[in-house]
Design a protein around this ligand. Structure first.
Ligand code: FAD
Length: 289
């Protein structure tokens, strides 16, 4: 099903998984997706890693397998830096032949050997995908993209994505909901009207949160640091604190009328279960617009 159609009827609930990496097999990654489907997500997105972990083929393979279950819809991520138009055509044809209707159009990060071929910005990919028959999503950044000089300029660039035909947006993770509410307000003022789905990732440890803050520029509020300190050195307590904090964030977002909640599951069904149970209890799941 097209995500734009789902978003027009309800506040959504969805998960992100990554394709097999390290020791994990394709079957194991699919096993994670199947377990997450028990929590009735509106869609499951599959990350794309050009030249890195996972590989591009496995993103399409997992997305195809998710769609084939008939239990939910798949959203395949696609980065365009280093890709040609024919690479994109091949990827989209693989999705379409299996009934996958949704793609998240991304630029991807700069890396040695990954130069601009046919696409410099995600908006170029969004424009190229018009007419492909796909429902096209893209990324947005409540605190601004790390490379951009200001949030204002980043929102101007986001408007170009909308003008290029994007159907919906999914945010980078954030730990402070007020940052998202301010961003949503600024988007409204910039006449960005497409639905904005909130991406939420539970923190799992001090080192993971430091890595994330560095790689994606998300700021870490002192209340998060305090939760981690209170959890002590025990890995399980730190993980539990992260899931609890993420659930509290989601409940607040649900109460504040967001378009959707997308959980960065990190391939862990327990994260999906916690989010599902809390949002169900709060009456967020199952409600129509
Ligand atoms: P863009 O929209 O192109 O923006 C990148 C930078 O360029 C920004 O600073 C922006 O302000 C600027 N910019 C945009 N358009 C213009 C313009 N016309 N002129 C001048 N400047 C411009 N990475 C992966 O490798 N695989 C994934 O699966 C993946 N999934 C993601 C999912 C989500 C929801 C998010 C938020 C990010 C994801 N990423 C993924 C990371 C993403 O690839 C990086 O954040 C990347 O640095 C930027 O991608 P983008 O699509 O936002 O790029």
């Amino acid at each position: 099903m097209r995500i734009s159609d789902i978003l027009s009827t309800k506040q959504t609930f969805s998960f992100e998984i990554f394709p097999p990496k390290g020791e994990m097999s394709q079957a194991q990654a699919m096993g994670v997706a199947e377990q997450l489907m028990d929590f009735d997500p509106d869609w499951i997105s599959v990350t794309f890693s050009a030249g890195g972990t996972g590989g591009t083929e496995s993103t399409a393979d997992i997305a195809r397998s998710i769609e084939a279950t008939g239990r939910t819809s798949a959203l395949a991520h696609l980065t365009c830096l280093g890709s040609s138009e024919s690479d994109v055509d091949y990827f989209v044809a693989r999705l379409r032949s299996a009934g996958v209707e949704n793609v998240l159009a991304l630029r991807g990060d700069h890396a040695p050997g990954r130069e601009v071929v046919d696409f410099a910005h995600a908006s170029d990919l969004v424009a190229y995908l018009q007419g492909s028959g796909m429902c096209v999503g893209a990324a947005c950044y409540p605190e601004g993209h790390v490379e951009c000089e200001s949030l204002e300029r980043d929102i101007e660039n986001l408007k170009v994505k909308q003008d290029s035909g994007v159907d919906f947006l999914v945010t980078q993770l954030f730990f402070e909901n007020e940052d998202f509410y301010r961003f949503r307000e600024r988007c409204t003022r910039a006449r960005i009207k497409v639905p904005i789905v909130c991406g939420i990732m539970p923190f799992t440890s001090v080192s993971q949160i430091q890595r994330m803050a560095f790689s994606c520029g998300a700021s870490i509020p002192s209340k998060v640091v305090r939760r981690l300190v209170r959890a002590g050195d025990d890995a399980a307590s730190q993980r539990a604190a992260g899931i609890e904090y993420a659930c509290e964030q989601m409940l607040d977002l649900a109460a504040n009328g967001v378009d959707g909640i997308h959980v960065y599951s990190m391939n862990r069904p327990d994260v999906g279960r916690a989010a599902h149970d809390r949002l169900l209890e709060a009456g967020y799941l199952g409600a129509t617009r």
